[in-house]
Design a protein around this ligand. Structure first.
Ligand code: EPZ
Length: 425
C-alpha cells in the first residue's frame, strides 16, 4: 500500500486548481442510467471512487468510460443495461453505488443492489432510500444481503424523510423523475450536490422545483435524454486546501470552486483568525499567527460539513486556544484523533464531542489513515508538524482527492508518495 511522506513545518504559498466534485460526480453517474442516449460529464476527477462507479455501471451492462481524448471526461449510456444487479464486492467498496437503485427501478422496472453495510464512520443504514422507493410504489425486498426493488411503473407520492440524507434524497429524486405524477420530498437534503444533480436532471428533461430547500417537488416525465454536463469544483477538497494553508500560516489561493457553497467553512476559518478573501478569481486564505481556538458543530448543509471536521480539527490542534468539536452526523467520525495524538496533539473525546487544546507545535510521526476525510485531516496536521510524518494506507485519500501530493507540492509542501513496491524493506 502506498504511503505519503510529509516533511512539515513550512508555509504553503501559491495557487492551485480545485478538481471536480467527487460527490456530485457519483450522483451524476447514477443519473446517466436514467437517460436515453449518451451523457457526457466533464471536469471529472480521476479518483478510485469514480473508477469503482465506472466498474459498477459496466457490470450493469451500461457503456461507461473515460474519453481519453478529452481529460477529465466520462461518457456514459444506460441504454444497454441488461443486468440491473449491483454485486456486493463492488457496492461494499463504494457505498454511493446504492444510488443506482432508484434509476434502475425507475427506468428498467427492477434493480437489485447489495446492502452497502456499514463503514468506518458509522452504520449508515439505507432505510430512508427504501422508504422513499416504497412510497413511489416499488416492491422492495431485503434478501440475502441484497435490496431488490421492482415496479411496473412508479407513481408520484409524498415522501417525508425521517433524517436528512444526501444520497437518500438523490436516489429517490432520481426515481421520481420517471414516476407517473407528482412527488414531494419533505425534509430533503439541501447540499449543493443535490442542487447540481437536480440541475443536470432538468437538462435531461426532468421537472424539478425546490432543490436546495428541504421541500423538493418533481413532476414525472416519460423519458429523459442524455446531457453534456460540467461538474462543479469540489467544495470539500477546496476546504481541505484552505485548512492546510491556515494550519501552516501560509497564503493559499484556489481556482475552480464556487465560494458560495463553502460559506460555513470560510466563516469558521475566519473565526480562527485567518484572512479569507473571495473574488471572481477564486478564494484566498492567509494566516499569520497561530489560529484561535473555535467551537464547531457539524450539521447538514448549510451547516458546517461533517466532511470538513477532521481537517478543521487539524488546524485547531495548533491553535493558541481550546476548541470543542461536536460531530452530529456520523456516530464514529473521530478516528483521526488517536493518530493526531501520535503527532503530539492534546485532544480528549467524550461521545460525539472532542475537546482540543492547542499546542505550540506538532511533531512528525508515522500515522495511519482510517477513512477518506480522516486521512485528509492527517495530511493537514502533518504539513503543520515539525519533522517527518509518514501516512500509511493512503488508498483512503486516493478515493476522494486527485493527485493530492502534486497539488500540495505546487504550494511548496515537502511531500512525496512512496509506492508500495519501492517502499518495501
Ligand atoms: C453523503 O453520504 C456523502 N457521500 C458523504 O461524504 C457525506 O459525509 C454525507 O453525505 C453527509 O454530508 C456522497 O455523497 C457520496 P447521509 P450519505 O445519508 O448520503 C443517516 C465523503 O467523505 N441515514 O446524508 O451516505 C446516516 O447514518 C463522504 O465524501 C439514515 O439513517 O450520507 C447518517 O447518520 C463520507 N438512513 C446521516 O443519515 C438512511 O437511509 C447522514 O447520512 C440514510 C442515511
Amino acid at each position: 500500500m502506498d504511503r505519503i511522506v510529509v516533511s512539515g513545518g513550512g508555509r504553503l504559498c501559491g495557487e492551485v486548481q480545485v478538481s471536480g466534485s467527487k460527490n456530485a460526480t457519483l450522483a451524476l453517474m447514477a443519473a446517466a442510467l436514467l437517460a436515453e442516449g449518451e451523457t457526457v460529464l466533464r471536469n471529472v476527477p480521476r479518483l478510485r471512487d469514480v473508477d469503482a462507479m465506472l466498474q459498477l455501471l459496466a457490470a450493469l451492462g451500461a457503456r461507461a468510460g473515460w474519453d481519453e481524448s478529452v481529460p477529465g471526461t466520462l461518457r456514459i449510456s444506460g441504454d444497454g443495461v441488461d443486468r440491473p444487479e449491483a454485486p456486493y464486492d463492488l457496492v461494499r467498496r463504494m457505498r454511493a453505488s446504492f444510488m443506482v437503485l432508484g434509476p434502475l427501478v425507475a427506468r428498467f422496472g427492477r434493480g437489485r443492489v447489495s446492502e452497502p453495510g456499514g463503514c468506518a464512520i458509522g452504520v449508515r443504514p439505507v432505510d430512508q432510500h427504501v422508504k422513499g422507493l416504497e412510497a413511489l410504489g416499488a416492491k422492495v425486498e431485503l434478501t440475502h444481503g441484497y435490496v431488490e426493488a421492482t415496479s411496473e411503473r412508479l407513481r408520484g407520492a409524498r415522501v417525508a424523510f425521517d433524517v436528512c440524507t444526501v444520497n437518500g434524497t438523490q436516489n429517490v429524486m432520481m426515481a421520481a423523475c420517471l414516476a407517473d405524477g407528482e412527488t414531494v420530498l419533505e425534509n430533503a437534503a439541501r447540499e449543493p450536490e443535490v442542487i447540481e444533480l437536480a440541475a443536470a436532471l432538468g437538462e435531461m428533461g426532468a421537472r424539478i422545483e425546490g432543490a436546495g430547500t428541504s421541500r423538493i417537488e418533481i413532476e414525472g416525465v416519460r423519458r429523459l435524454r442524455g446531457v453534456d454536463h460540467v461538474v462543479s469544483g469540489d467544495r470539500i477538497e477546496a476546504g481541505t486546501l484552505l485548512a492546510a494553508g491556515v494550519a501552516t500560516r501560509g497564503d493559499v489561493r484556489l481556482r475552480g470552486v464556487d465560494a458560495r457553497v463553502m460559506e460555513a467553512t470560510i466563516e469558521k476559518l475566519r473565526e480562527t483568525g485567518a484572512e479569507i478573501e473571495v473574488d471572481e478569481s477564486g478564494i484566498r486564505a492567509r494566516a499569520f499567527d497561530a489560529p484561535r481556538g473555535v467551537d464547531v458543530v457539524t450539521a447538514p448543509y448549510p451547516g458546517f460539513a461533517t466532511d470538513m471536521q477532521s481537517q478543521l480539527m487539524a488546524v485547531l490542534c495548533v491553535s493558541a486556544g481550546s476548541s470543542v468539536v461536536t460531530e452530529t452526523v456520523f456516530e464514529n467520525r473521530f478516528m483521526h484523533v488517536p493518530e493526531l495524538l501520535r503527532l503530539g496533539a492534546d485532544i480528549g473525546v467524550t461521545g460525539r464531542t472532542a475537546h482540543v487544546r492547542g499546542v505550540p507545535r506538532l511533531m512528525g510521526a508515522p500515522v495511519m489513515a482510517t477513512d477518506l476525510r480522516a486521512s485528509a485531516g492527517l495530511i493537514v496536521a502533518a504539513l503543520a508538524a515539525e519533522g517527518e510524518t509518514e501516512v500509511s494506507r493512503v488508498y483512503h485519500i486516493d478515493r476522494g482527492y486527485e493527485r493530492i501530493e502534486e497539488k500540495l507540492r505546487s504550494l511548496g509542501a515537502r511531500i512525496r508518495r512512496v509506492r508500495e513496491s519501492e517502499g518495501e524493506a
